[in-house]
Design a protein around this ligand. Structure first.
Ligand code: GDP
Length: 202
């Protein structure tokens, strides 16, 4: 099934500074998370086949918001804030951690998390925190090792296996794949995962 066209429909709905500002907890959501610079915006743009969809998330003041994109009336992509540039205070960081954790724990319509990492710097503290929180909430996580174009085939595969080994304790809910937003490789496998979570499979 070619459902690629469906994701082209993505349209910015709102940026929420607090969970209470999110749309009603109905339908299906898939959240995208990643440390700054892992390529989350690039991945969203590639998957949604739009040049600047996720630019919204980069607007100053919006970087610490949860940005919501509508696909149809029932389905949404959610761009979670990632911190990496330690420009925020510990207090703000803690507040955001609490918000993210609550979102993962409480959001009924959330069906899974796409966690984006730079293949050259996988499984940092933020990534492990997300994996653990999602796992604890019984949510599946699909990891994209992005920027795989930066490594040759052999080292890329070795990183994939090393990450899989590291995430073995979570293997029942975690999957991992190579991706390159630059080369646009790996999208088909992500669409398969999204289709499943969005209940779009034929
Ligand atoms: P975000 O902070 O996670 O949203 O990251 P961006 O999407 O803004 O990407 C951060 C930087 O990494 C930008 O310079 C992108 O052009 C670059 N980038 C993103 N994806 C890839 C990729 O697959 N391969 C390479 N080589 N660079 C990438």
């Amino acid at each position: 099934m070619d459902n690629k066209a469906f994701y082209k429909e993505a349209e910015f709905l709102l940026g929420a500074a607090q969970l209470s500002q999110l749309p009603a907890d109905h339908g299906f959501e898939v959240a995208f998370a990643g440390r700054s610079n892992a390529g989350k915006s690039s991945v969203l743009n590639v998957l949604c086949q739009q040049k600047s969809l996720a630019r919204t998330s980069k607007t100053p003041g919006r970087t610490q918001q949860i940005n919501v994109f509508n696909l149809d009336e029932q389905r949404r992509l959610v761009d979670l804030p990632g911190y990496g540039y330690a420009k925020v205070s510990e207090k703000v960081k803690k507040e955001w951690q609490d918000t993210l954790d609550s979102y993962l724990q409480q959001r009924e319509c959330l069906k899974g998390v796409i966690l984006i990492m730079d293949i050259r710097h996988p499984l940092k503290a933020f990534d492990m925190m997300m994996v653990e929180w999602a796992y604890r909430s019984g949510l599946p996580t699909h990891v994209l090792l992005n920027k795989s174009d930066k490594l040759k085939r052999g080292p890329g595969k070795n990183t994939l296996f090393a990450v899989l080994a590291e995430l073995k304790p979570y293997a029942d809910l975690v999957s991992v794949q190579l991706f390159s937003a630059l080369k646009r490789t790996g999208s088909e496998d992500v669409y398969d995962v999204l289709d499943k979570w969005f209940d779009l499979q034929e």
